[in-house]
Design a protein around this ligand. Structure first.
Ligand SMILES: Nc1ncnc2c1ncn2[C@@H]1O[C@H](COP(=O)(O)OP(=O)(O)OP(=O)(O)O)[C@@H](O)[C@H]1O
Ligand SMILES: [Mg+2]
Length: 383
């Protein structure tokens, strides 16, 4: 055993009522830099442990005022930081083992060996020093464990807070985008719309003025009037698309169903929508999914020359998933999606929007093989 573990200058309490053992143990310890104090009853021992913090306690379980395991429990509950070594007579070994289970560090059977000075000294000192060392390690382990538990708790709380902040940020982001769209929609409708209406009226006036004088100019003006009306109708539908969908009132499934019916009517395309368990998704996720369908349908109409489009929305406890599949011409998907490589910003906008709320977008397409978009969004845990 190393020097480090030697019980130098230790303060030890011997709780023992039999004078013979008090004598023997005092003798063993007398040349060992230990101070030995003796208590001959439980009451006296409790009094002493209240005043002094001992390095170790040697405890006989059979005292005039207490017997058996109760003796150990009384002493140990008063000084949990002090290692206790049971001094047991041969016939109460089971109680000594019980005391070990309750936290005693060691037990020594009081027998003839204690009367042999050399053997007794080695055994007793080793038992004391082991007991102290074990107690110290246990204490450190306990401290380490509670500091680990605290760190786990802290990290868990930090993660929960970060998650909440991310969620709030995602919600803010989506609602900022929607506010911006609403503003642009109003601007298009009110500002640009008013000017175009005025332009149309002016064209009518000019046409009436020159109707009789210059038939060729009248034709040009009629054409200009027609262009104006086309722009107006395009602007109106753009402004309409930009307006937030009626998710609040009818819910996402119904809003999508309505949108699909409208597109189907306008384009004569087969637009099929199905939803499974997709009620009560968080508002920002509903809005994002709606915008994905809007852009995907516009693309299918503009680029795909498709005859059928299938949209399916599904959610479980963990994810909301959406797929939009058309049977159109498909396209060569660039390795990297950039405004240059894509030629537009619709799909990029979808990708940004979905990634901002922690989801993923997968595009699957090939020339001649149609185009499919898959979106998967993790749902926040419900309390
Ligand atoms: N469903 C589709 N079928 C065939 N080609 C498609 C489809 N969707 C997208 N594409 C191709 O990918 C390109 C990029 O689409 P994206 O939506 O990003 O831009 P865009 O539609 O051209 O313009 P915008 O910025 O108005 O959306 C399109 O120009 C088209 O070539
Ligand atoms: Mg597009």
């Amino acid at each position: 055993m190393s020097q480090h573990h030697k019980p130098d200058a230790m303060n030890i309490l011997l709780i023992e009522d039999l004078p013979i053992y008090i004598r023997i143990i005092s003798k063993i310890l007398q040349n060992t830099h230990t101070t030995l104090e003796v208590a001959q009853s439980l009451a006296e021992a409790l009094e002493k442990t209240q005043i002094t913090a001992y390095d170790a306690i040697l405890l006989d379980l059979g005292l005039p005022d207490s017997r058996g395991i109760d003796t150990f429990n009384s002493i140990s509950s008063g000084c949990t930081a002090t290692p206790i070594i049971i001094l047991s007579s041969t016939d109460d070994e089971t109680i000594a083992v019980q005391a070990l289970k309750n936290g005693a560090q060691d037990y020594l059977i009081k027998g003839s060996y204690l009367t042999d000075e050399t053997v007794g000294s080695v055994l007793l000192l080793r038992s004391i020093s082991y007991a102290i060392e074990r107690q110290r390690i246990q204490k450190e382990l306990l401290l380490e464990r509670s500091s680990l538990e605290q760190r786990v708790k802290d990290r868990t709380r930090e993660l929960e807070e970060a998650n909440l902040r991310l969620q709030n940020l995602a919600t803010c982001l989506v609602s900022a985008q929607e506010d911006e769209r609403r503003r642009i929609s109003m601007e298009l409708h009110d500002e640009a719309g008013q000017f175009l209406t005025a332009l149309g009226l002016n064209l009518d006036l000019i046409r009436a003025e020159i109707e009789t004088q210059s038939p060729s100019l009248v034709n040009l003006i009629s054409e200009a009037k027609h262009i104006t009306e086309t722009i107006m109708s395009k602007l109106r539908s753009l402004a309409h698309d930009l307006r937030p969908p009626a998710i609040d009132t009818v819910g996402l499934s119904q809003a999508l169903q309505d949108h699909c019916r409208k597109i189907s009517r306008q384009t004569k395309l087969d637009v099929c929508f199905s939803a499974i368990a997709a009620a009560n998704l968080p508002k920002h996720i509903q809005l994002s999914l709606y915008r994905v369908v809007q852009e995907a349908l516009t693309n299918a109409i503009k680029h795909a020359n498709a005859s059928r489009i299938d949209i399916s929305l599904e959610s479980d406890a963990e994810y909301a998933t959406l797929s939009v599949e058309d049977d159109g011409c498909g396209f060569n998907l660039p390795r990297e999606l950039t405004p240059d490589s894509m030629g537009g910003i619709g799909l990029l906008g979808i990708e940004d929007r979905i990634e901002a709320i922690g989801g993923s977008l997968t595009i699957s397409t090939q020339p001649g093989k149609g185009t499919s978009l898959f979106v998967k969004i993790p749902l926040p845990e419900r309390p």
